[in-house]
Ligand binder design. Sequence first.
Ligand code: NAI
Length: 716
Amino acid sequence: MSAIGYTIDSDKILTLTIDMPGQSANTMNGDFRTALSETAQKIKTDIDVLSGIIITSAKKTFFAGGDLNELYSVTRADAATFEHMVNSLKADIRAIETCGKPVVAAINGSALGGGLEICLACHHRIALDRDTIQLGLPEVTLGLLPGGGGTQRLPRMIGLEAAFPYLMEGKKVSPKAALKAGIIDALADSPDDMMTQARAFIRASPSSHQPWDQKGFRFPGGAPHHPAMAQKLAIAPAMLKQKTKGCYPAPERILSAAVEGAQVDYDNGDKIETRYFTELVVGQVAKNMTGTFWFQLNAIKAGESRPQGIEKASFHRVGVLGAGMMGAGIAYATATRGIEVVLKDVSTENATKGKHYSEGLLSKKVSRGRLAEKDKAATLARITATADASDLQDCDLIIEAVFEDSGLKANVTQEAEPKMASNGIFASNTSTIPISQLAKASARPDHFIGLHFFSPVDKMQLVEIIVGEQTSDDTLARAFDYVQQIGKIPIVVNDSRGFFTSRVFGTFVNEGVAMLGEGIHPSSIENAGLLAGMPVGPLAICDEVSLTLIQHIRDQSRKDLEAAGKAWKAHPAEAVVDTLVNEHGRKGKAAGGGFYDYPASGKKSLWPSLESLFVDQARAKNTSLQDLKDRILFIQAIETVRCLEEGVLRTVEDANIGSIFGIGFAPWTGGAIQFINQYGVRAFVERAKVLEDSFGERFAAPALLLEKAETDTLFT
Ligand code: NAI
């Protein structure tokens, strides 16, 4: 069976129905290319008996886009073959586009990437008016570009400037928004209505051509040489670099493809696009991003780290203890997914304040037109704010988010547990206390687990699930199901101080602070963090977390280590933090200032006294930016390997996804372990040795890394 159905009806209308055999969604792979090429040939033969063409799909979605398995496997050695293959696919699309007869896209479901590009090649686009349908070109989010003509057709359709957010940020829209933006031409109420409208367009336009294939075509919004556009384009690369910090080749190549392509005719523009596309496809950053954001994330979503053979759980009533910053956020994340929440604090007043947090977030959505007032009311009605523990009756999960105090956590556990449904599970949102230690307060430690959310809960997608010594597989599976039920990404780690994310995060901030202690200029440190690809500089993030919390965690860790009879190795960052807090009262952002000053109005700026207190002019001048950037990424990657080695981390997937979604580890690398793989494992160890010799033994490669380097084997 061909991947593209070909039927001509009595009105001489040819309907092409894309229906790739053996796949749930249509993708642009070898089968599709063969079918498309045959279809283009048949159309050429039949052209005189055709009145027009409708392209639609037999799947639930219209078309999912490029075949990522195929793209992922293309190597540098394949570049020329790949480029040729893409150009011939585009020639087939182009042959249909320029056949002279009207071509209509009947978009019955989401059309993403290559799928939307097929639609853009049609003369008229009608989509089913459903808010669940997404239209967009998300290639950039995987380090790629829309290589099926998207960088050429979309700007010619809606203008360069209007096209940029779709091309360079991967913006996706509903059919309604796409109509408003000029990406589609009409909406349909039903599949029948869609086909009726498609036929009407064909009847009304016996011959049809794209605007850009007609004489006198004027670029909407101005071509690149138009003075107003030329002025904007002159600064566009600099503005883009400010966002990408030079870490992401894809948006840069997209800008080039669109602007260079806009200065030549369509066919040459298409060729320019293919060259940039090929460069990205064979490049390392696309491999990093596709590998992690597509393959590894999908593996996690498919339950790779969930124990097998346990029935999927569904949660109906969740108790949240503590309605502070985290508890209020967890209540919101749970209630918005249709689950009832009992939000308990020491007083009804506190609990109600926690519920107000949800009200604030929901009201914002209503005012932006993204939520109906009745849905807001329904979500709020699901949250019971209370000070009475007996309201926790029948909860199938209780999450504790009270102050970070073992004694208090033990009390609330013992108070709440008996109220829980008979097979319920109990979770702690502690950020530092070992789960096995907290589980001692539980009557059923096998039902006890860690669910480490990140702040702000409504925005942060990751939840780190911590398995205690006695946590059962059944409890883990159910905790995993809950995290997925609220639409978040679970990673699973074993119990240890700081778990995985906080441990690695600690190495990042400590490294930045240590640099200041060495006399390096604070703005060089912050810039190095950003240029390495971290979302925020290490000093700025210290202020957000608060320097006193950093001191507190460090003191607690030292106490525990010494109690276990082990010696504490002081980190060079400690003295710097102590100087700021103890001598200058600079405790962080919430306390008014830390490494930065926070004026009541205006932007934050580095505290000027850092210069006289710490900066060594000679050292500051002789600093290599590469050293600073490497130190920031290497120290985190090395700590991640230690977590793998110690069994805190169970999989490379969890390491990569957890590092990016939990602590913002530079996304261009594909995560803390993929950073090592793409650097070259042996080369990484060699560079780590140089850093160790220059900056301290914390850069020493762990045994697992040395072992891999011996044979230059990738972490998998
Ligand atoms: P918070 O101070 O904002 O809230 C704690 C809440 O617990 C307060 O509303 C307090 O009234 C309530 N509480 C105290 N005793 C209680 C009791 N007996 N019964 C019910 N409620 C009681 O603290 P936050 O920041 O929300 O942290 C809560 C937990 O989450 C801590 O264990 C913390 O380590 C952890 N965590 C915090 C993160 C953060 O970024 N703040 C991130 C991840 C975890």
